[in-house]
Design a binder for this molecule. Sequence first.
Ligand code: UD1
Length: 421
Amino acid sequence: MEALIIEGGNPLHGRVKVGGAKNAVLPLMAAALLTHETCILENVPHLRDVNTMVRLLKALGAEVEWEKEKGKLHIRAQELPHPEAPYDLVKTMRASVLVLGPLVGRCRRAKVSLPGGCAIGVRPIDLHLKALEKLGAHIVLEEGYVVASCKELKGTTLYFDKVTVTGTENILMAATLAQGETVLENCAREPEVQELIRVLKAMGARIEGEGTDTIRVQGVKELGGYRHRVMPDRIEAATLIIAGAITRGEVTVEEVVPLHLEAVTRKLQEAGVELEICPQSIHVKGKGRARAVDINTLPYPGFPTDVQAQFMALMTLARGTSVITENIFENRFLHAAELKRMGADIRVDGNQAVVKGVDSLKGAPLMATDLRASASLVLAALAARGTSRVSRIYHLDRGYEKLDEKLATLGASIKRINEKP
Ligand code: UD1
């Protein structure tokens, strides 16, 4: 098991590039199952979750070639003899469930392991299943697997009781090959969903309503291949911007789409962090302590739950008291206990965390519990006095491409070591 040793206190300086978006590339890879033609993705980040999706697509019978150095992925799902996603792969990555919609759409049958719980909450897939049933799929749960089958999927109108990102993506993909029109209401509007719609349209799908919460899909008989460059990862970008702010450094984060980050940049500006927002980059200047501000996580375009933990790290050192409300996941404050071990003053009450800013944090041995919590601990350690050891960083490697190396190029004292379990 690997860990990071971080010597805090160096203000970060320099320029850093954001990689391709994890939450965009995974659904786009699943979309390649909808066609027998070749699909090519560029700007593919080198992440553990991408590797898991590669293994899953191969297990389903697709040919996949990943030119890691070039960040290029070729996928060809000419035939799909085994539309079955095994537990071993699904349990390590919830987003594996994204193959369900495309498989049912194209093969009319699929067997996909139920993802089970994860550190940040129960995270069921009931809304995905309910929507597939409404499209005409027969669904049974057998020995921990979802077994779905149908003669054909038939267009219908359906409403998601809760805004769900992968749920919207899954059903959207299934509906592209359904018979007739499907109207999806209360859809997620995340930029990653919009990017999926653009790619599906390039494959020949007929979709309207991109960027709104009502999406209309006219089913077609078949789809063709695509070639696409993955958009920049807005969560990585936000993490790097906060790294500049929390260390009171000066960093230019390149290859960003500022529009995707508006909820975060507005809050940072409200907290007194100086930002220069250019068309494809954001320059951050962290002068002195930030001011405490409240945040409320919401579906896009609201403040992203995936940046809540990193923002909390910044608030631990702010002037004043901040109230952080987590509205998306029921157990997403696991980082708070670790931050407290560094001297942060945080009181968690249900889905709210009250963070009283302190003058300084002290380095400590820390345990990463989930992907974004790990990033929060790394940020706090960069700003703390003394040395921290962040263990279990496999969580970090699921969704951040070489974050330690990127931070080191900005002047952070950060080293990856092998740790005995
Ligand atoms: C996606 C993102 C994840 C992000 C999350 C919220 C990917 C690969 N992952 O996850 O990084 O944190 O959106 O922005 O894109 N829910 C149900 N039933 C369902 C589906 C969801 O109750 O069938 C609930 C969830 O438990 C959660 C809320 O709906 O409380 C939103 O979850 P959802 O948007 O589905 O998250 P993911 O798509 O899994």
